[in-house]
Design a protein around this ligand. Structure first.
Ligand code: S3P
Length: 171
């Protein structure tokens, strides 16, 4: 398949897990924006937030997205906040097929487990439930703006989700 499948959505929606499996089934490369940032810098994301603030992280995120968007025929998982910058939204809308993986706060909290702030710096400074609720409210229109398809992931098991995305991508 020549199309690039791009997954957007909030933290712990399963973008990386689903993206990896999707790429396996489609037999194509998988890229994860967060993972590429960590590989390039050699440090974990919380450390980048600590040293450079959110703005520094967003700049790195933009550069990596820009680079990955040049590739075709792959699956790409974005970070929860990749849709924040207007230039990222333009990039996401310009190429590929974008799926918004929609999830409830309850499901996010279940996925994040006991220490939601450990790998997610935005959740480290406050009540994770409140922060997720506020972020989702702010970002929901941005995910919808870039996505051709919205998938309510709670309705599916992972294999069903993969088939559903493939069917839509090939339609
Ligand atoms: C962020 C989500 C994270 C990561 C960073 C910021 C966000 O990615 O990019 O911690 O702004 O929602 P995941 O969505 O993969 O957790």
């Amino acid at each position: 398949m020549d199309t690039t499948i791009i997954l957007v959505g909030p933290m712990a929606a399963g973008k990386s897990t689903i993206g990896k499996k999707l790429a396996q089934v489609l037999d194509c490369p998988f890229y994860d924006v967060d993972q590429v940032i960590e590989e390039k810098t050699g440090v974990h994301i919380p450390w980048i937030f600590e040293q450079e603030g959110e703005a520094g992280f967003r700049k790195r995120e933009h550069d990596v997205l820009n680079d990955l968007m040049q590739r075709q025929g792959c699956v790409l998982a974005t970070g929860g906040g990749t849709v924040l910058l207007p230039e990222n939204r333009s990039l996401l809308k310009s190429r590929g097929l974008v799926f918004y993986l929609r999830v409830t706060v309850e499901q996010q909290l279940r996925q994040l487990g006991r220490d939601p702030g450990k790998r997610r710096p935005l959740l480290a400074k406050g009540n994770p439930r409140e922060i997720l609720k506020n972020l989702n409210a702010l970002r929901e229109p941005l995910y919808r703006e870039v996505a051709q398809h919205v998938i309510e992931i709670e309705q599916y098991r992972v294999p069903e989700l993969i088939s559903c995305i493939i069917k839509l991508a090939k339609a």
